[in-house]
Design a protein around this ligand. Structure first.
Ligand code: NAD
Length: 349
């Protein structure tokens, strides 16, 4: 049955509470796999999307960013921040919300929390990249940084890339203990480590997911042996990186959207013409991924708008027929579209 104009004006809103219920209703592993499938599907139709580096507003403490894209039928954007010092005050480093809209009318069709959804989509993207680029039969991942993203990264690698063991390291041992406790009973073998060197022992995949607003050196060149896959998540802002430049010179580098990654990713440390491969081209077969067991592959992740779009459309589809959203009175809906003033006047108490 077609929606009446007033029903059309109500926008489904997914709160944090509803998002948590949706994740438990679907199951985290299934939801990670579903979002990864959407990301793969959207990356395969990459040329169709509007693409722009995200619009960033930097401050001394962090960054606030807008991430828009459109596939011609549906438009989406995410508002997201990155404030590494927030955790000191009991606040999240990353929080987000996002919106989908119908291109034909411009009307929003979904408004949702995206702090949890960002953790899911970032983890799904990492695991999709690892499934394609990491050595075959990778079973062990080192997870450097045990903050908000770390459990999601670990569980996506288990659900999508077949990882069986995670080796955790964080400069703050309390974070490692928290992550290890959260991963108990998930089927992953969890090893708590006291140094990054210990964490990377026997790992085929190394994920760096730390938060510090500086050119940090989480991994030095001598730590990286032949054949590993590095999934670098935390370097996602100008002046905020995690890897020693020498590693970048030894690795084959895969990126989301080069125009954005050259500003924000590990490759901001390299010349502008340093060769990189766009990951979507590996998925379509237009470019090669791993071709040699000794090759070091690096997924220089910064997070791109299309991944959010994929996650948003997953949520839009999966809340249908569930109680996991509120219809939100977000749009003015006068009986006569040209009589906005009359609607206001009639509402006078
Ligand atoms: P968080 O603040 O919750 O956790 C970061 C952890 O890193 C903390 O536990 C901290 O103690 C640890 N850490 C800091 N310096 C370290 C070091 N030198 N060695 C080991 N551990 C160290 O942050 P989060 O939400 O987990 O996010 C982690 C990073 O990922 C942030 O930089 C964030 O901006 C980035 N991020 C990237 C994407 C993406 O798409 N690429 C998406 C979300 C978040």
């Amino acid at each position: 049955m077609p929606l009446t104009p007033s029903e059309k004006a109500l926008v489904p809103f997914v709160s944090v509470d509803h998002m948590m219920q949706l994740v438990h209703h679907i199951g985290l592993a299934d939801m990670l796999r579903g979002i990864a499938d959407n990301i793969e599907e959207d990356f395969r139709r990459w040329p169709l999307f509007d693409k722009t580096p995200r619009v960033a507003s930097h401050s001394e403490q962090g960054v606030i960013e807008l991430m828009p894209t459109s596939d011609g039928d549906v438009y989406g954007f995410k508002y997201v921040n990155g404030h590494p010092s927030n955790t000191r005050d009991g606040l999240q480093t990353v929080t987000a919300f996002g919106l989908l809209a119908d291109v034909a009318t411009g009307y929003p069709v979904l408004l949702t929390e995206m702090t949890l959804l960002t953790a899911l989509r970032t983890a799904a993207t990492s695991a999709l990249a690892a499934r394609v680029l990491a050595p075959k039969n990778s079973k062990v991942m080192a997870m450097i940084g045990s903050g908000a993203q770390s459990e999601f990264q670990s569980l996506a690698m288990q659900a999508i890339a077949g990882i069986e063991e995670v080796r955790l390291y964080d400069i703050d041992p309390a974070a490692t203990t928290k992550c290890a406790a959260n991963l108990k009973g998930t089927g992953l073998r969890v090893v708590e480590c006291t140094t990054a060197e210990e964490a990377i022992l026997s790992a085929q995949i190394i994920t760096t997911c730390t938060a510090d607003k500086q050119y940090a050196t989480i991994l030095t060149d001598n730590m990286i042996g032949a054949g590993v896959h590095i999934n670098a998540i935390g370097g996602d802002c100008p002046g905020k990186t995690e890897l020693a430049p020498a590693i970048l010179h030894r690795a084959d580098i895969f990126v989301e959207f080069p125009e954005q990654t050259r500003i924000e990713g590990e490759i901001q440390q390299l010349d502008d013409d340093h060769p990189v491969t766009e990951f979507w081209e590996v998925l379509t077969g237009a470019a090669t991924g791993r071709i040699d067991p000794a090759q070091i592959t690096l997924f220089d992740s910064v997070g791109f708008a299309i991944e959010d779009f994929s996650a948003l459309r997953y949520v839009r589809t999966h809340i249908e027929g569930t109680p996991f959203y509120h219809p939100l009175d977000l749009l003015a809906d006068p009986d006569d579209p040209r009589d906005l003033y009359g609607m206001l006047a009639r509402a006078k108490p």
